[in-house]
Design a protein. Structure first.
Length: 135
């Protein structure tokens, strides 16, 4: 299994948009060091989104590993969108002790039945990280 985090991007414009590939990701560990996530097969996969449609990005690290030692939790990550723009995400619950973070899923979700009530400029996206509840 994998320990995962997900980010959902929604096309808030009135025209179709696309990602030329998965966003590149820089993860800041709690010790201040940086690590990049592997895009794997999604490094050149185009994903299209109609108005109001969401695109799901899930990254993960192996959930277990032999010789567990020191935890290496991620405190935040910056996603660099192909074509321009960055999204900062904090409050993550991800540990890279057992391996490099990798994009596991990058795909458009089902298109909405009707366009959203509000719209933005052509090619605009909003993002919503899906974070686990805090205890």
């Amino acid at each position: 299994g994998y320990a995962t985090e997900s980010v959902e991007f929604t096309n808030t414009s009135t025209t179709p948009c696309y990602f030329a590939s998965a966003p590149s990701m820089s993860l800041r560990l709690t010790d201040g060091s940086l690590e990049s996530a592997s895009l794997g097969q999604f490094s050149s996969q185009r994903v299209d989104a109609q108005p109001g449609q969401a695109v799901l990005l899930i990254i993960g690290t192996p959930g277990t590993c032999p010789n567990v030692g020191t935890r290496q939790p991620v405190s935040s990550m910056t996603l660099t969108i192909p074509g321009g723009g960055e999204v900062a995400v904090s409050g993550l619950n991800l540990d890279v002790e057992c391996g490099t973070p990798t994009v596991l899923i990058f795909q458009a979700l089902a298109a909405p039945v009707s366009p959203p009530a509000t719209s933005g400029p052509t090619g605009s996206f909003s993002s919503k990280p899906s974070l686990p509840p805090t205890s």
